[in-house]
Write a protein that binds this ligand. Structure first.
Ligand SMILES: *[C@@H]1O[C@H](CO)[C@@H](O)[C@H](O)[C@H]1NC(C)=O
Ligand SMILES: *[C@@H]1O[C@H](CO)[C@@H](O)[C@H](O)[C@H]1NC(C)=O
Length: 361
């Protein structure tokens, strides 16, 4: 046991040293190519979406100061991904958070997971975190389309036809087999930023013209949670973020409403409720905030990096925007924000997002 401990410590020291060294090497690479070394498939595609299949020689095409810089950068990021998995399993063991982190592997969860049988991949969908792009990547793998942009938008959401069935459509033994043997991943982002994005997308802009958010869900939430019932056209004025926060933070009162809302709640259900990360052993958890690096690693770990590329990400859009979060929560009572945090703190802890003290105190 003691030898084991010593060995671990030695490994940790070596790793620290490597991380230290690569800081300098990768800094140079960032300056020269605007990207970290090791994710050349991104930089090559630039602003256009890379076609597939990407030739296997793609790696050597990118100019590099020397080959040795790529490997440590890769190892460094692997260590980051490994730490996320370790944090997750530690938080899953925390009994205080148990009710927020453990969920049964129900049909609701199996509906969220998409299957690529050709490449042995399971992808759990977490809405508002760039999932459409991931679905396109997986659909492209099926081989019918030669690039991600050629996939029609309506096919992305048609799981009968797009070659990406839900895990729930399989028999129990088939489900178990896939859960036990396939590469599994999902993507998260700051939980409060995700809620803001869901609110904007479903109740303000709603680009996909889904009328039920405005006509069914918003009025129901307003009736139950709006503080002031004075103004006559309160429903016409639309859902306020404050109403939404009060609804989300009300663990008890929400239950009956959510049953009526059905599947639509996936846009604000917690990551734990969607993907059961404490009960399914995922291989990689991607973070929206570091999507470029994470996507490259996910493709590599899934063994599909030669076959497909993740579409180019417009600069800046994945960055956490504290100003935006502050603005949305300004004017909402601390009590309501604390209740909201209590409901979502499992997600904050599981995925290593810092407690938003600037909102709570
Ligand atoms: C995906 O591939 C399977 C088997 O190769 C095929 O039956 C199916 O039609 C394909 N679907 C699409 C949308 O490409
Ligand atoms: C952050 O959000 C604010 C408010 O929505 C916006 O004005 C600003 O441009 C955003 N910053 C970045 C870097 O996107």
């Amino acid at each position: 046991m003691r030898h084991h401990g010593l060995l671990l410590r030695a490994c940790a020291l070596v790793l620290l040293f490597l991380m230290f060294v690569t800081k300098f090497i990768s800094y140079k690479a960032v300056n020269e190519y605007g990207e970290m070394a090791g994710v050349q498939s991104w930089t090559l595609s630039g602003h256009k979406v890379a076609k597939l299949p990407v030739p296997s020689s793609v790696k050597t095409l990118a100019p590099q100061p020397d080959q040795s810089s790529a490997a440590p950068a890769l190892a460094e990021w692997e260590a980051v991904l490994e730490k996320r998995i370790q944090l997750l399993s530690a938080v899953c063991k925390n009994s205080r958070l148990r009710s927020l982190t453990h969920v049964p592997i129900s049909k609701f969860v199996l509906d969220r997971i998409f299957v690529s049988d050709k490449h042995n991949i399971l992808f759990c969908q977490t809405p508002k975190v760039g999932n459409t792009q991931w679905k396109k990547v997986l659909i492209a793998l099926n081989g019918t389309f030669s690039s991600v942009e050629e996939i029609p938008e309506n096919l992305v959401h048609d799981h009968e036809k797009n070659g990406l069935p839900r895990l729930s459509s399989f028999k129990p033994q088939e489900i178990t087999l896939r859960l036990n043997t396939y590469f599994k991943f999902f993507i998260v982002r700051d939980p409060f930023e995700r809620l803001i994005s869901a609110f904007k997308d479903k109740f303000i802009t709603n680009p996909r013209f889904e009328p039920w958010y405005k006509h069914d869900i918003a009025p129901a939430i307003i009736r139950k949670y709006r503080k002031s019932h004075r103004d006559g056209d309160r429903v016409a004025s639309g859902l306020h973020f404050e109403d939404f926060v009060r609804y989300l933070g009300d663990a008890e009162g929400r239950r009956r409403m959510d049953r009526q809302f059905g599947e639509h709640i996936i846009h604000w259900a917690t990551y734990a409720e969607l993907c059961a990360p404490c009960d399914i052993r995922y291989d990689v958890i991607g973070h929206h905030e570091t999507l470029e690096r994470d996507a490259a690693h996910i493709l590599r770990r899934a063994g599909i990096e030669q076959l497909v590329s993740y579409p180019a990400i417009p600069p800046g859009i994945t960055r956490y925007n504290k100003t935006k979060v502050e603005r949305y929560f300004s004017g909402i009572s601390k009590r309501d924000i604390r209740r909201l945090y209590e409901r979502y703190q499992g997600d904050f802890h599981l995925f290593g997002y810092p407690t938003p003290d600037f909102l709570l105190n």
